[in-house]
Design a protein around this ligand. Structure first.
Ligand SMILES: *[C@@H]1O[C@H](CO)[C@@H](O)[C@H](O)[C@H]1NC(C)=O
Ligand SMILES: *[C@@H]1O[C@H](CO)[C@@H](O)[C@H](O)[C@H]1NC(C)=O
Length: 174
């Protein structure tokens, strides 16, 4: 009986963690942002014991142990690497998409969203736009946002929201 009870309590605690959390989509998959990070709008990496894994081509890795300057993982203990043409210290930066550097702040990697780096504990990234965790990811670009963005999949143009059109790299009112 005690065993059964502990299973029930564990189940309640597990479900209470995600209660109220929005189930988001990442390509064809659904995920909870407390458990996964969506990279490039279509690739999920898990958060393992608080360690937010990072995308490396078709794999995910722990930035506490590895770095990914190409498509091959290197131990961070191996020292500086080239991220495209820039030499970087893998204890201070992550190399994303093979050429884009984002800082590791206080042991936690920041990630790329378009042409900026963000703290994934505070923001998500969809269609090259940042949005606060806990809010609905954008499906269109709001006024004066930049609809053009690049990621692992190449460069794309996101749709402007209703009433706006892409003019000189911004979504502007008609
Ligand atoms: C980084 O690239 C430069 C220029 O190609 C090269 O000389 C250097 O050896 C590379 N460093 C590493 C650690 O791969
Ligand atoms: C760094 O992380 C530690 C542990 O999570 C935290 O206590 C500390 O406040 C952080 N420092 C900064 C500057 O964010």
């Amino acid at each position: 009986m005690a065993y059964l009870l502990s299973i029930v309590i564990t189940a309640l605690i597990a479900s209470s963690i995600v209660a109220g959390e929005n189930l988001l989509s990442c390509g064809q998959a659904n995920y909870y942002p407390s458990q996964y990070t969506c990279f490039d709008d279509n690739f999920l990496c898990p958060i393992v014991n608080g360690d937010r894994y990072v995308r490396c081509g078709p794999a995910c890795y722990s930035a506490k142990q590895y770095s990914c300057a190409t498509t091959t993982l290197q131990p961070i203990s191996a020292g500086a690497q080239n991220c495209s043409a820039t030499l970087f210290d893998p204890t201070e930066y992550v190399c994303l998409d093979g050429y884009y550097l984002c800082a590791v702040n206080n042991g936690t990697a920041t990630f790329r969203c378009g042409e900026e780096c963000y703290d994934p504990s505070k923001f998500g990234c969809a269609i090259g736009q940042l949005y606060p965790i806990g809010t609905t990811p954008p499906t269109c670009v709001s006024e004066y946002g930049d609809p053009n963005y690049c990621n692992y999949n190449g460069c794309n143009e996101a749709p402007c929201c209703a009433g706006l059109w892409d003019s000189a790299d911004k979504c502007r009112p008609f």
